[in-house]
Design a protein around this ligand. Sequence first.
Ligand SMILES: N[C@@H](CCC(=O)N[C@@H](CS)C(=O)NCC(=O)O)C(=O)O
Length: 205
Amino acid sequence: MKVWGRADSTNVKKVLWCADELGLDVEHQPLGGRYGGLDEPVYREMNPNGLIPCLQDGDLVLWESNAIVRYLGAQYGAGRVYASDPKRRAGADKWMDWASTTLVGAYKDWFINRVRKTPETRDSAAMERGLRVLREQLAVADLALARQPYLSGDDFGMGDIPLGCLSYPWFELDDQRPDLPHLEAWYHRLAERPAYRHRVMIEIS
Ligand SMILES: N[C@@H](CCC(=O)N[C@@H](CS)C(=O)NCC(=O)O)C(=O)O
């Protein structure tokens, strides 16, 4: 099994973290960002979007990070990362989609300006707007986590992976965060997982 994509990309982190949780032996090829290679014809053949991550497992080539996480879970983690019960699985699916749709635009506005731009080049208005929306939206996750220990339900699962990847910079950068105790307790639970520490808690860049 092979995964393409630089390790510090949020979407690549999802895949590498999930694979580690499942104990899979993955060949990792950094790509994108400072590594380049996204316009190489061989890569475009696999992922015509020219984005990372991309997975190859036997004759399957797959892009879209959440689809890859779902595939790995269904193929190698049924009953663990990927709930067998459709109702429990739908609950996890919901949080995966929520993180990648409702939340991610605000997250990018905040993260890119906060981390990747210099004070001179950053769009402060976009950064503040992103921060404001993040504060509001993360309260929704906090409410859910008041009732269950994981976004996936009683146990860790794929529903925790997208927000788990976004949460590391959120909790580690020293911006003013609202008091969301259940979200914070969940983050600390994730930080106890060796696979999370190995794949997600790496230098923020
Ligand atoms: N919806 C796609 C988004 C993929 C995406 O935007 N990937 C970014 C990195 S997080 C990318 O390829 N950026 C170009 C680069 O890193 O050079 C997914 O979830 O896989």
